[in-house]
Design a protein around this ligand. Structure first.
Ligand code: SF4
Length: 226
C-alpha cells in the first residue's frame, strides 16, 4: 500500500483489520475492564501523535489496553503515560505534565510519539507476524520524518524493531544492542534505548523518575545541537 501523506496513512490505518487476533482483542478488552464500564473505547488502531516534522521520535511498543486503546491517542490515559509525560514536561518536551484524553490540550515540543504496533496485543506480547503486518505504517511514519535526528525506543521490542528497520536500509547494526541509556550512531540518526515506562519497570525501581529525566535531558541536548 502506498500513501500520499500522513493524513491519508492515518485514515487507512484506523480502518485496518489485518491482524485477526488483535482486532478481536482490541474490541474485547473494553468489556473486560469494569473500571471503565459505560465508557466508549476507541478499540481501533492508534495513530502517532505530534508533528511529523519533529527532530525527535519516541517509539513505544503498542497502545495500552486502557490507555491508547481506550482514549484513541498513544500514551494517553494510563500509568505509563502519566510517568512518561511527567518526565517529558520536566525537560520541556511537552506543555503539560500529564496525558489524559484526546482533547486535553496536550502539545509536544519537536517530538513525535508512535508505537511499532498500532493495536493492543494480549499481554503486551505481539507476534512476529503482527509486527510485520504493521510494518508499512510505522516505516511510512519514520520515512516521513524528514528532520529526524534522534530516536528513543522504549523497551526491547521497539528497540529491536527500529534496529531491524535500519539494517534493511543497509546500515551495519551488529553492535547495536538494547541497554538502558546506551546510544548509537546509525547514519545521521542518534539512537537511544530505554526501559519502557510501564508500571512493571517503574514500581520495581528498574526505571526511576530521576534516571529517565536524566536520559531525556541528554537526548534533548543531543537533538538541539544538530
Ligand atoms: S497491528 Fe497494525 S497491521 Fe495489525 S490490525 Fe493493527 S493496524 Fe493493522
Amino acid at each position: 500500500m502506498r500513501f500520499e501523506s500522513i493524513d491519508e496513512m492515518n485514515s487507512k490505518l484506523i480502518q485496518c483489520t489485518r491482524c485477526s487476533r488483535l482486532v478481536k482483542f482490541r474490541n474485547e478488552v473494553a468489556n473486560r475492564r469494569s473500571r471503565f464500564s459505560g465508557e466508549e473505547f476507541w478499540s481501533k488502531p492508534v495513530p502517532g501523535f505530534g508533528s511529523i516534522d519533529s527532530r525527535l521520535l519516541i517509539l513505544g511498543l503498542a497502545p495500552a489496553a486502557t490507555g491508547g486503546n481506550r482514549t484513541g491517542r498513544v500514551f494517553t490515559g494510563d500509568k505509563s503515560a502519566s510517568f512518561l509525560f511527567s518526565c517529558l514536561y520536566e525537560v520541556g518536551l511537552s506543555n503539560r505534565p500529564d496525558s489524559i484524553s484526546r482533547d486535553d490540550g496536550l502539545a509536544l515540543m519537536d517530538l513525535y510519539i508512535t508505537a511499532v504496533l498500532k493495536c493492543v496485543p494480549p499481554g503486551d506480547k505481539p507476534e512476529n507476524g503482527e509486527l510485520e503486518n504493521c510494518r508499512e505504517f510505522r516505516e511510512y511514519e519514520i520515512e516521513s520524518m524528514k528532520n529526524l535526528k534522534v530516536v528513543l525506543a522504549l523497551g526491547k521490542i521497539a528497540f529491536d524493531t527500529f534496529r531491524k528497520y535500519e539494517k534493511t536500509k543497509g546500515y551495519d547494526v551488529s553492535d547495536v544492542q538494547f541497554k538502558h541509556g546506551a546510544s548509537y550512531s546509525i547514519g545521521n540518526i542518534r539512537f537511544y534505548g530505554s526501559y519502557h515506562p510501564s508500571p512493571r519497570n517503574v514500581n520495581t525501581g528498574r526505571l526511576t523518575r530521576n534516571a529517565f529525566i536524566s536520559l531525556l535531558s541528554e537526548i534533548k541536548e543531543e537533538f538541539l545541537s544538530r
